[in-house]
Design a protein around this ligand. Sequence first.
Ligand SMILES: [Zn+2]
Length: 319
Amino acid sequence: MTDRRPALFFDPLMLEHNTGPGHPERPARLQAISDLLQGNFADLRWESAAPATRDDLIRVHDSHHVDHILGLSGQNALLDPDTVLSPRSVDAALLAAGLSKAAVHRAYSQKRSTFALVRPPGHHAEAKKAMGFCIFNNVAIAAAYALAELGISRVLVVDWDVHHGNGTQHIFYDRRDVLFFSTHQSPLYPGTGDADETGRAHGAGYTINVPLPAGAGDDALLEAFHTILLPAAAEYEPQLVLVSAGFDAHRLDPIGGMTVTTEGFAALTEVVAHIAHRYAEDRLALILEGGYDLQGLSQSVLSCVQALSSPAPPNIDPA
Ligand SMILES: [Zn+2]
């Protein structure tokens, strides 16, 4: 049997991004994931990669904003009320973006799935603004890298974090080379992501938001994936599929109010794997976003890795 286990990108340097006592986006999140995966796979191998370069960042972020943040390397700083820099945070953020880019390169070159287990997360970071625990927008940097360097011309970004991926939407809002699909709890931080936010100019119709009420769970998410995402993917025919894989929609999460189960995340993973198999030669990269209950987070990541490791993706027909 072929081992289809995703290539896993991780580096302990990201544990040195110290957000301070009581902050939910804490090093223990990645530690819990690392411990659980190592306990489940005896032959587990982590892959690291080079940090993102300034050129990688300025494909999606304003250059003055990037230089301001790079200038804070080695210092403590507060970028917004929730978004903290410790002396190693800029290094960790550059590495998180670099591992996301490497996960995309591997998915592209080997036609397989990959998972970048990174922090700080990225999907709230806008072109000129760090916010919501996010410094640089990892998934946007990875998508822009694929578009600029790998000859890819259509990227699907699926964002199942409980929060709207305002940064990713903002960065690609007037472009059609990225189709952005987001499910999220509404109302909730950051307050964007209404269904009528659908893109602008060349990007009109290439942003799809599915706001869901608190309490929504596996059934609501899977219905949105089957009835909205699958037909949109069939029309778009992405050449690469990226996932902003946050796990704060898990029923145990202390920040989110949704009720997705560990098995639910596996089912969502099967849908995106199906899309990648059908249209994108299995080129699929998951990039970690939120998820603040250590058990819910780590078990859900394991469940996604197991779903991606199954010998053949199930055949799912567009509804
Ligand atoms: Zn989130």
